[in-house]
Structures are given as structure tokens and as C-alpha cells.
Write a protein that binds this ligand. Structure first.
Ligand SMILES: Nc1ncnc2c1ncn2[C@@H]1O[C@H](COP(=O)(O)OP(=O)(O)O)[C@@H](O)[C@H]1O
Ligand SMILES: [Mg+2]
Length: 159
């Protein structure tokens, strides 16, 4: 299954995060790819604030690699940012293999662990709206691809 969602402003991003929060469950992996500043953390925050009880600001895990939350469905949700890591070995040290199975994971910069990411992950590619625009533009395009059957009910942003 795949979906292309063009022309998303920041509010639409938040709406998408709320929709994706329905799929937070053990073993579910959201793999967020895209350049710096495209909105991976923004989308992750929207998923987290909808699916977990968080009263404080949701920090970006760029420096401490993993932020862990308890989801409303009692699953541990990991928000992981691999930007500052250099090897698969370093990622294994944070316990990612167990987390991919037992927890729900939202992973920014997942390319480093491509080999161990489950094939049923929810792959989300974020892009600036057109190649010539930059982070100065507020429009984004998102492509979602997955073979995970839990997404069968997903019907885009307004479905
Ligand atoms: N349509 C949009 N969707 C998401 N973020 C947007 C959008 N338009 C502007 N922004 C801004 O772009 C930045 C995205 O930053 P962030 O989510 O940290 O990106 P990343 O984690 O991909 O590096 C934020 O400052 C956000 O306010
Ligand atoms: Mg980020």
C-alpha cells in the first residue's frame, strides 16, 4: 500500500500525526526519512502527543538518541534519532533490536539500520514541496509506504 500526500502545511502535519497515532502498538515501526528541517520531529511530536500522556514539551532526541514514552495503550513508545550515530553497532548498543519487537518505535534517520528494520515498517518519506524550495517554504510532501495490514484502514489525511 502507498499514499502520496502533497502540499502539507504544518497544521496538516499535525493532523497526519493524530491519524498515525491510531497505529501505535507493540512492534509497529514508523521510519521517518528526509532532510534536516523537513519536519520529522514535528510529525513524531504529533504522533507522541496524541498517543501518549505527555504534559511537558516533547524534546527532539537528537542528543540523547532515545526518548521513551508510555502510550495510552500501555506500549512503550520510543522516539529515536540516529543522526549523530555512525554505525549499526552503536545503535545495537541502545537496545534497538528488542525495542523494534516489544515497543513502538518512531525512528528519524533510519538509513543507518536499514538492514534490521522490519519489512512491515511504516515507511514515511518527507520532502520539501519542490526541489528548488528549501526549508523557507512551508509546504511539504509525504509519501507513506507499508505492507503492514494494520494500515488497511488508513485513507489519507481526510479519509
Ligand atoms: N509544513 C510543515 N511541516 C512541518 N514542519 C514545518 C512545515 N512548515 C514549516 N515547518 C517548520 O520546519 C521545521 C521542521 O523541523 P523538524 O521537525 O525539527 O525537522 P527534522 O526533524 O526533519 O529535522 C520546524 O521549525 C517547523 O516549524
Ligand atoms: Mg529531527
Amino acid at each position: 500500500m502507498d499514499w502520496t500526500l502533497p502540499c502539507l502545511d504544518e497544521d496538516s502535519f499535525k493532523k497526519l500525526g493524530v491519524k498515525l497515532a491510531d497505529y501505535v502498538n507493540a512492534g509497529v515501526v514508523f521510519s521517518l526519512s528526509g532532510n534536516l528541517g523537513v519536519g520529522k520531529t514535528t510529525l513524531a511530536r504529533a504522533i507522541i502527543s496524541q498517543s501518549c500522556n505527555v504534559n511537558t514539551d516533547i524534546p527532539s532526541p537528537t542528543y540523547n538518541l532515545v526518548q521513551s514514552y508510555e502510550s495510552n495503550s500501555n506500549v512503550e513508545l520510543w522516539h529515536v534519532d540516529l543522526y549523530r550515530l555512525n554505525s549499526l553497532q552503536e545503535v545495537l548498543e541502545i537496545g534497538i533490536e528488542e525495542a523494534l519487537i516489544d515497543n513502538c518505535c518512531i525512528i528519524e534517520w533510519p538509513e543507518l539500520i536499514e538492514q534490521i528494520i522490519p519489512s512491515h515498517s511504516i515507511y514515511i518519506q518527507l520532502d520539501f514541496q519542490d526541489r528548488n524550495s528549501s526549508s523557507l517554504s512551508n509546504q511539504r510532501m509525504i509519501t507513506i509506504k507499508t505492507s503492514n495490514p494494520i494500515m488497511t484502514s488508513f485513507d489519507g489525511l481526510y479519509g
